[in-house]
Design a protein around this ligand. Sequence first.
Ligand SMILES: *[C@@H]1O[C@H](CO)[C@@H](O)[C@H](O)[C@H]1NC(C)=O
Ligand SMILES: *[C@@H]1O[C@H](CO)[C@@H](O)[C@H](O)[C@H]1NC(C)=O
Ligand SMILES: *[C@@H]1O[C@H](CO)[C@@H](O)[C@H](O)[C@H]1NC(C)=O
Ligand SMILES: *[C@@H]1O[C@H](CO)[C@@H](O)[C@H](O)[C@H]1NC(C)=O
Ligand SMILES: *[C@@H]1O[C@H](CO)[C@@H](O)[C@H](O)[C@H]1NC(C)=O
Ligand SMILES: *[C@@H]1O[C@H](CO)[C@@H](O)[C@H](O)[C@H]1NC(C)=O
Length: 828
Amino acid sequence: MGSSVLIWIFSALTLALLCSSQDFVPADNHLINCGSDSDTKVGSRVFSADKSDSKLLSTPNHVTASTSTKPTPDDSSPLYQTARIFDKPSTYTFSINRQGRHFIRLHFYPFVFSTYNMSQASFDVSTPNHGLLSKFTVDGIKVKEFSINVTSSSLAITFAPSANSFAYVNALEVMSVPDNLIEEGAISYNPKADFPGVVEQAMETTYRVNMGGQLLNYANDTLWRTWVPDDEFLLGESSRQTINNVRAVTYVSDGSTEEVAPRSVYGTASEMASAGTSNTNFNVTWQFNVDLGFQYLMRFHFCDIRQNGSLNQLVFDVYVNSLLAIKDFDISSTSSNVLGAAYYRDVVTPLISDNMLRVSIGPSNQGSYPDALLNGLEIMKMNNSMGSLSGSAALSPTKHGSKSKVWAIIGAIVGSVIAVFFVVCLLLTFRRRRQQEAMGHSKTWMPISISGHSHTTGSKFSNGTAASNNLQYRIPFVQVADATNNFDESRVIGIGGFGKVYKGVLNDGTEVACKRGNPRSQQGLAEFQTEIEMLSQFRHRHLVSLIGYCDEKNEMILIYEYMQNGTLKSHLYGSEYPSLGWKERLEACIGAARGLHYLHTGYAKAVIHRDVKSANILLDENLMAKVADFGLSKTGPEIDQTHVSTAVKGSFGYLDPEYFRRQQLTDKSDVYSFGVVLFEVLCARPVIDPTLPREMVNLAEWAMKWQKKGQLEQIIDSSLAGKIRPDSLRKFGETAEKCLAEYGVDRPSMGDVLWNLEYALQLQEAVVPGEPEDNSTNMIGDLSPQVNNFNQVDSSVSVAPFGVSHIDDISNSSMSKVFSQLVKSEGR
Ligand SMILES: *[C@@H]1O[C@H](CO)[C@@H](O)[C@H](O)[C@H]1NC(C)=O
Ligand SMILES: *[C@@H]1O[C@H](CO)[C@@H](O)[C@H](O)[C@H]1NC(C)=O
Ligand SMILES: *[C@@H]1O[C@H](CO)[C@@H](O)[C@H](O)[C@H]1NC(C)=O
Ligand SMILES: *[C@@H]1O[C@H](CO)[C@@H](O)[C@H](O)[C@H]1NC(C)=O
Ligand SMILES: *[C@@H]1O[C@H](CO)[C@@H](O)[C@H](O)[C@H]1NC(C)=O
Ligand SMILES: *[C@@H]1O[C@H](CO)[C@@H](O)[C@H](O)[C@H]1NC(C)=O
């Protein structure tokens, strides 16, 4: 009996949820059936009559029109049977209860009424701040949708006939949309930069496409939008296959929402045909016609709905007009980490100078499984600098003559940019060839040529591209000296074996951490070079970013993003930083695990950090963790080998005993060190503390003893006492224990560790109800232990072309503001 009640409650709840998710209730919802004297129901919505004495309308001269012809024989929409015709400029004024973003939809269907042939009407439509349409004519049924952030208590929409013509409209919608529909975070790809201010933009929906799916109309969309299939835009139907798996779609707190796009959009996709086979060296491409002289906001909707999604990690590139718009997009590493999570990216185009947008998706050379997919695409025209969405001469002061002048200038600029580009390419090619000749095929670990150190000879990359690409990171010494006030001692934020770390501020206000090496330290030089090479290739939000380096005058200076909150270690013990709560510690561990997981798997050859420790995990202003200090990193074994043989390096207390014994390095050595970090985080004490009684000196040994006894809670940081849920602690302890397994083969991969930590966080969260803020990392879903199917990747092309983009990394909200500090508190 009890269980049947439960089932009843459950179904009632489910039903309630289902119903509520169907209905977004707009605060402002003005629906007008123009020219009609009775209310009209369309689906669940009622379009009100628009009587001649309507208070909404101010117009000197208007006509209501009606027809019995239908747009199409089976079209039952009554909206198109009536219209209101204006001979003079006329304005509808709507009261706005809730300021913010609104959709304006204008419905047009031209018919003939009396002496008015609506197919011949020509008119402008505008709001006080934005021109919407100009010299507009329609010859078939048409719905124009605009999205405007209304910041006043009313909204006026004016219809103004062109000379000797008239205006009309069949129906009007003004409705509030959710605040989070358009949010900051858009990235412009050319030039590559944040694009702040989208929330203020007026937009026109130019295309809204349900990739690989059917036509969806108001009945299928919580915001009554229309989504069209992608077939008509595809170039080469055979390049894609459609997939349909609506059940796989999951909305997660840091991803998309049902209002952003419905399940039926995320649940279908166009995927590369023959995905995963060797026959995948092509792109899937769509083409859209757009207007000259505007910028477009493109919203890409992604959701990994593939049957075997968990087996084959999806990493691909997105191009717009042949430029990389999203590089190495990895759905699984988006913040959600849930397979089937609905997710979107906003990308802003440059001013359109050619009437089309060509969108391509294709496999990335960072991926191990060649595949690409797209679930939905919205293309929205943004207002121009005059605030207008229409190319009207009336609304823009640009006269025809000056317009062509503008185009001539643009032409000249584009021309010279292309010319410069070619020259640069030529120079680079030339340089590369010379370097290749100079270095022969020697494979050493010294990646770049540093002035004043002529012994530096080769690159581990046989094609030498790393060397030439790194040049763009070079920063003049005077600039570094400037930024650090001539290496003022008061700017020192850390000291290590390599040298001192200074806080600096670049000319543009960017805060940086400058790590200045002791001159002529040979070990330092190798590490310096490795660090530049690693950081310039690996860009990830959980890896600290390299901003530049300086190698003038025997200097070895590395310039990083500044990380406000210093090292993870300093938040655990031995400093005045406040200690972190359990959730914050878990999140820091998860962030670091993500960074390491990326290093191990994000590249054809695993990269082994070799110096994982709490002092090398830095925290930004939001306490987001990033892995730092790649001076000792090495690329790991090729597929056919199992380890790298090397002299033992790393930090005492964190060293993998197997590595120590056999001098053979695998990614499992990092896993071991990370296990030590986990215990350090839990116990908040140094990994080696000689002042303690003998059995306690080595944290790894000591903690393992308690873990094996099942009494880990006895040794946790006292400030966490009573704040960790037993399940969470158990999961955490088990994870750390597995990391510290004697033999590398018995240790989990970083992907497994990541999953387990996320699970531990989930277990912790489960007990703290009503914490609405926790939206960042508490997702579970195992996507990681990916098949390391690396043989499909051509390693000769594996040098990341970081010169081009990495837009997806920069899009991380914090990235633009967050800078890192490199504190080396332990010398080597
Ligand atoms: C209305 O105008 C359209 C476009 O100019 C024309 O093709 C059509 O024949 C006209 N209809 C009538 C009834 O005049
Ligand atoms: C509307 O624009 C204002 C700034 O003019 C901004 O503060 C607000 O967040 C925007 N609202 C929405 C819903 O985008
Ligand atoms: C869209 O809505 C119509 C009407 O409710 C329904 O018949 C159709 O199945 C829906 N399509 C999808 C893909 O959900
Ligand atoms: C998924 O994987 C299984 C086993 O590897 C395979 O038989 C099946 O064809 C795959 N399905 C798809 C849709 O790729
Ligand atoms: C995909 O398109 C981009 C941009 O046009 C191009 O650079 C790239 O080479 C194409 N990839 C393939 C495999 O054709
Ligand atoms: C849109 O108009 C606003 C002023 O209304 C302007 O600040 C903004 O730059 C315009 N957007 C673009 C992309 O030009």
